[in-house]
Design a binder for this molecule. Structure first.
Ligand code: ZN
Ligand code: ZN
Length: 339
């Protein structure tokens, strides 16, 4: 068993095509799959193709889980390749509609910010925060944190003094670098030309923060490890003996999953998950890839596809929850022992 390919080695065009094919096979999961496919097309630099996918989703007759988010992503993408007027019209429409989900607010405010429209970005963040958090008891839901952090960042850039929302953002932020340091405009603007490398590093840091949330939205489980229950694994190896090198025993398979995930976690990989395979669904996947189930290269792709369909459970399990292996024992007393 091997983990998913690291993000920097992904062939985004191929991955987009694969997710689109998968969406054809699982219409009930098409919205999540096509959004991820579009994200890969954007990363591949094929922005017109991403727009086509967003349009296809928006024109589909099925009811969408989050049409505002799709519109927001479409606007951000359009603006990146010169369609500013259309992007602005969509953004104005989203602000007027006032969706109750924080994600579209964050996407459109960040799009304005990315194009140096700091005042408009500030207004947009504030509208979202006011709408979603004015009557909500603290602490605000996790999904709303990016609204507060984004607003804090833009206000620092504008040189605004802290207000109550900014103080809240500071208390919610848990990374080793405090928000006030991370968002200090002097770090970005005043380093000046005497140290371009340092300036570049600061800009990259801010960009990374902007990009991370976007990536999290489109790729909630960049790394998913494949788990076979005992009965499924026995059936798999009996049907495809070539896979017995990969899976010498069920116990080793389970131990290997836990070891891989701990290693990935120790190396700083965020958003880890486990997906559970079944032989019929794996055979169908192999057929859809015009390949043989004996091909071990298919295993991580199968895992990624299950994760993209929203089938991953996050790892490690919550405190006190049962082990991911299905033993019925608490994680801490099973595969989580010694973690
Ligand atoms: Zn602050
Ligand atoms: Zn276990």
């Amino acid at each position: 068993m091997r983990p998913d390919t690291p993000a920097e080695n992904v062939d985004h065009t191929a991955e987009a095509a694969r997710l689109e094919r998968t969406a054809g096979l699982y219409p009930e999961d098409a919205e999540a799959l096509l959004l991820q496919s579009a994200a890969h097309l954007e990363l591949a630099g094929d922005r017109p193709a991403a727009t086509t996918l967003y349009d296809r989703l928006l024109s589909s007759s099925d009811s969408l889980d989050d049409p505002h988010l799709i519109r927001a992503l479409k606007a951000a993408n359009l603006w990146e390749y010169g369609h500013e007027a259309e992007a602005r019209a969509i953004i104005d429409g989203i602000r007027a509609t006032a969706p109750r989900d924080p994600a579209p607010w964050v996407i459109v405010a960040e799009s304005l910010e990315a194009h140096d429209e700091l005042e408009a970005a500030h207004k947009t963040f504030t509208e979202g925060v006011t709408l979603l958090l004015a009557d909500v008891p603290e602490p605000p839901p996790h999904a709303c944190h990016p609204l507060l952090f984004g607003r804090h960042r833009v206000r620092r850039m504008l040189g605004a003094a802290h207000d109550d929302w900014d103080v809240l953002a500071d208390t919610l932020h848990t990374s080793p670098v405090p928000l006030d340091e991370l968002h200090d405009p002097k770090r970005v603007w005043s380093l000046g030309s005497d140290n371009p490398a340092e300036l570049q590093a600061e800009i990259s840091r801010l960009r990374a923060e902007l990009g991370a949330y976007r990536e999290e939205l489109s790729r909630p489980f960049p790394v998913a490890v494949l788990h076979w229950p005992a009965g499924e694994l026995a059936e798999l190896v009996a049907a495809y003996p070539a896979l017995s090198d990969e899976y010498p025993s069920h116990e080793e398979h389970l131990a290997g999953i836990e070891a891989s995930l701990r290693e990935l976690s120790a190396s700083g990989t965020p958003n880890l998950g486990i997906v559970t395979g079944t032989v019929p669904s794996y055979e169908a996947f192999a057929a859809s890839e015009a390949s043989s189930p004996s091909d071990t290269d298919l295993l991580p792709q199968y895992a990624t596809t299950l994760a993209a369909r929203g089938r991953a459970m996050s790892w490690p399990p919550e405190r006190g929850a049962g082990c991911w292996c299905g033993s019925g024992v608490a994680y801490a007393g099973c595969h989580g022992a010694g973690a």
